[in-house]
Design a protein around this ligand. Sequence first.
Ligand SMILES: [Zn+2]
Length: 302
Amino acid sequence: MKKIFPILVIVFTSCCTCNKNQNKPVEVEAQEKIPEEISVFENAYPDITFKTTYVESLDDYKIEMTVPGKEEKETLYWCEGRLLPEDELKNKDMYWTVLYHYPKEILDPGQMTEEQKEQLKTMSSSQSRRKGPGSPMFFFDAIYNAKTQKTIEPNIEAAVFLGRKTRIHKRIKTPLKNVETKILELSKTDDEVKKFVDGLKSSDAYYWRLIDGTNRKSFHSLGIAIDVIPKRITGEIFWSWAKDHNPSGWMVLPLSKRWLPPLKVISIFESEGFIWGGKWAIWDNMHFEYHPELILHNGINE
Ligand SMILES: [Zn+2]
């Protein structure tokens, strides 16, 4: 079951190859100019149709997306991986790329250099979090219909995850259900996983709000992030709370002093397209987020 993604990749990659071979030579040439990373999105979201064309006047790639259930096409520009609407291209420095490095292994905070530590201090300052660049949400707003609370709410459904009530975006219903099935199956034979399931206080997903200390929407506002909160929190669980206790050392707090879900639970989430917030430098150990494009881009399940 863990191999679901690599199998999908092989299938879709070979499909793309067939299509290419059937195209006329001129079109093949045009396709080859298109950044390869765009195929990561096509493979991660197979029900969405992506049409990419080069726009000479902007020296950029226009991506038209057809999202099931939406009549109008969504148009974004590649902008070196930022996926921005045309009127945001002038503000491109305010955005990170959509695809970023998500490590296979959990990084040992003890390995962090002084320079990285300083960088993190600056990045996590309230000034930088409010005014600095952040994740571009336009691609996600388009595919989840999440521009406003009014547009997203018809897509939000009641759900139960590991016995705890929550609300999620309907697009993650199947992958989250698969995560639950795998965890419950494993909990029959694995004591640590059973303890995790029994000790769960809540599973909180959809919640329309901004990221703490920023002007940006959280992925909870899209219903594709879920916090698994234990009844008993042993150690620090979230960077910002740890920062209150330890302003200069939270970023290098050893893993042994942080609460972590069982590693097998993290792998199960990843096998279904979710990333874990504990692998971010600005760590959020209760948090999982549905990003099949990052799982594919980083070869996590390979
Ligand atoms: Zn969260």
